[in-house]
Structures are given as C-alpha cells and as structure tokens.
Design a protein around this ligand. Structure first.
Ligand SMILES: *Cc1c(COP(=O)(O)O)cnc(C)c1O
Length: 393
C-alpha cells in the first residue's frame, strides 16, 4: 500500500489482508470469536491487543477491519470505526464524546433520525442542543459558546439540498475549541474532501452510495486515531453497534465500484436536472450542480459536482406530486438513495411525515416536493420517463 496511490487505486487495494490461502477477493470472516494458542496468550490479548489481533467481533473482525482501513484511506482519515448502520455511526460519534452539561450546535435541516438523536436523546442526558440555519454563518457564530463541544451538520441537507460550508463552519467551531462532525452522505466519499476542509469527524451511512445496490445496512465514523480508538471504539464495542463481517464484505466490494457508479449517477443527475429546468409543471428544480443553485460557487469549491440526488417542487401540491410518482415507470417509490435503481421519495408524507407543518415550512419541504436519487439506468430513458410523468399530471 503506497501513500502515493490515487483514490481509484486505494478503493481497490487499500486495507487488504490476505489469509494463508492467498485469496483474490477479500475473505468473509464470519466468526464471532478468535482462538488463543494458550491461556497466557488469551490473558495477554485482553491486557492489550495489538493491531492484528482480534478478540470478539463486536470489538473488531478482519473483514470489518479491511473495510475500515480502505474507507479511511479513501477519505484521508487516520482511522475509522465501522457500524451496524448510518444511525449507529451518527449516534455513536455524538454520544461517545458528549456528557451532561456539554453544548452542541447543529444545523436544523437534518435526516429525521439524526434530528431525533439530537433533539430527543442527547437532551435526555443533559446535553444542550441549539439548532441553526446551517447556511447562515452568523447564526453558527452566535450560537457557539465556550461550552460548545461539537457542531453537527449534513454537508448537503436532505431533501432541500442546501450546502453547508465545511471550511467556514469549521473555522468558527475550532475558534471555540469544538469538534466538527459532518454527516457527509449526500456529498458521498467520491466528492468529499471534508477532512482537508476542516471536519474533525466524517460520518457515512454506508447503506447509501458505498453499498450502492440497496442490499445491506452499514455506517462508518472517520477521524483521528485518538478520536476513533480512544473515544468511539470503547463506546461502540461495549454498546454493540458494530458492523457485521458479512455487511463489511458487501461494503468492501461496494467501494471497488463506488467511484464509477457515483460519477455516472452524478452525470445523469446533472443531465436530468438541466432537462427539467424551466419546465412549466415545476416551481423549482433543486440540484447543487446547476448554475442556478443559490450556492453553486460553494458547491464547486467543496464538492466539485452536484451529487446524485435532485429535488423537484411540482406545481399543484401533494395531489400533483402523487400523480407524478404513480405515473413513473422506471424509478421506484422508496426511501433509500445512492442506489443503482432510481428512487423517488415524497418527503412530506414519508421521511419527514412527523415534522410539524411549521418546521416543514422553515425547511422548504413543500407538499409538491419530490426527491429523486438518480440511478444507473440510461439517462435518456430517465429523462423521457420523468417528462411523461409530469405530462400525466
Ligand atoms: C440514510 C441516512 C442516515 C442513516 O443511515 P442508515 O444507514 O439508514 O442508518 C443518516 N444520515 C443521512 C444524511 C442519511 O441519508
């Protein structure tokens, strides 16, 4: 493994550990435990296990370790801890580092479960949380105090695709001594440079683009070796949110093709967004890669491209949105994203159903909003399908 390798090479080879059989494809170590040669050896491992020594799969497993090392290499992070799901990663990263009396500043526009963790769970244990408009740097600055230990945000917010300036928010947070935790799912590891831009901790739901084929749940927390092994690992290994070896294998194979998939999906997403811009049936086409996106300069600087997801605000509200969804022939109505299959979601009635109306209004989750995760189908077919479904309204 060379530090000079480009991302595409690291995505294939970084972290590989071969067994004595010299297998080409990474082995799945479907074992929960490991055998010790002697009682003394067992005692020694429990005292201080070395980097290539495993005790119990909740603590670590060779297949899981390959995934952790490969994604850490890709992200430019010192270390990584793989988790059972994206939410195990979000909740584990926050809970492991916070204690009663600490203060967190978070962007308001969040995935529903992230909002639940910050608003309902952390506060139950005496952590104070302030929510701000993530695009408003003055609001971030005003909310931070010397008690602020962490700031948290999704770098591209779901489903309105507002982009938060990692560099600027990190500068403000670091001035207060707070850590910056970024849920980077919509940016994807392919278009991420979050650590170089100032993030201390980067979190992915591997369920999304890393698997990319809708098969397995997983997540990962990336950061310094100190943070991952000193703060996250003790919490995760004792509370049980570790990734299974089988899912780690699915994610390892996903990493091998991720760049090809995500770049193709992003190119199609731009193609579709451009074709729909100005359509008479739409109030708005929201896609970070469009020149018309309010933060297009920031998108260029931070991600280079617009990602794989776009949102349409369809004229005619919920009725029209439902007619549109029901007329789609290629994409499926579901709620995952980053999948090889195009997936359409109506956030107001599904993923964000439980948000009170005033919150939906603040976040721009209108009754006509439809989120589309662009898949790997032919872009011309996708455009034709979306246009015929808009016509069907
Ligand atoms: C999907 C998602 C999560 C949660 O991931 P799971 O793997 O479903 O637990 C967290 N944050 C964002 C932005 C997501 O899209």
């Amino acid at each position: 493994m060379s530090n000079d390798w480009q991302a595409n090479t690291r995505a294939i080879h970084a972290g590989t550990r071969r067994s004595q059989y010299g297998e080409v494809s990474e082995a799945i170590f479907l074992t929960q435990g490991f055998v010790y040669d002697t009682a003394e050896h067992a005692e020694a491992r429990f005292l201080e296990s070395g980097p290539d020594e495993f005790i119990y799969a909740r603590y670590g497993n060779p297949t899981v370790k390959m995934f952790e090392d490969r994604i850490a290499s890709l992200e430019g992070a010192e270390d990584a801890f793989a988790t059972a799901s994206g939410m195990a990663a979000v909740s584990g990263a926050l809970t492991s580092m916070l204690r009663a009396g600490d203060h967190v500043v978070s962007a308001r526009a969040l995935f529903g479960s992230c909002l639940y963790v910050l608003e309902e769970i952390l506060t139950r244990y005496g952590v104070n949380v302030t929510f701000v408009d993530g695009t408003d740097l003055a609001a971030w600055e005003a909310a931070m105090t010397p008690a602020t230990k962490a700031v948290f945000f999704e770098s591209v917010a779901n489903p309105t695709l507002e982009v938060i300036d990692i560099e600027a928010v990190s500068r403000l947070a670091h001035a207060q001594g707070a850590l910056v935790l970024v849920d980077n799912v919509f940016a994807t590891p392919v278009f991420s440079d979050a650590i170089a831009q100032g993030a201390d901790v980067v979190i992915y739901s591997a369920t999304k683009h890393i698997d990319g084929q809708g098969r397995a749940l997983g997540g990962v927390i990336l950061g310094t070796r100190d943070f991952i092994r000193g703060t996250v690992e003790p919490y995760m290994k004792h509370t049980g949110g570790s990734m299974s070896p089988f899912n780690a294998w699915v994610m390892l194979k996903g990493l091998e093709t991720m760049s090809l998939r995500v770049r193709a999906q992003a190119a199609s997403a731009l193609d579709v967004a451009e074709a729909l811009e100005g359509h008479a049936g739409l109030n708005r086409v929201i896609y970070p890669g469009l020149a018309a996106h309010a933060q297009h300069d920031l998108v260029k600087r931070q991600m280079g491209q617009g990602g794989t997801v776009l949102s349409l605000d369809i004229k005619g509200g919920k009725d029209a949105a439902f007619k549109f969804l029901n007329a789609i022939q290629i994409g499926v109505i579901s709620n995952n994203l980053g999948d090889a299959k195009t997936i359409l979601t109506h956030p107001a009635t599904t993923t964000h159903q439980r948000l009170p109306q005033d919150q939906k209004d603040v976040l721009g989750i209108t009754p006509g909003l439809v989120r589309i995760s662009i898949g790997l189908e032919d872009a011309a077919d996708l455009k034709a399908d979306i246009l015929q479904a808009l016509q069907a309204i």
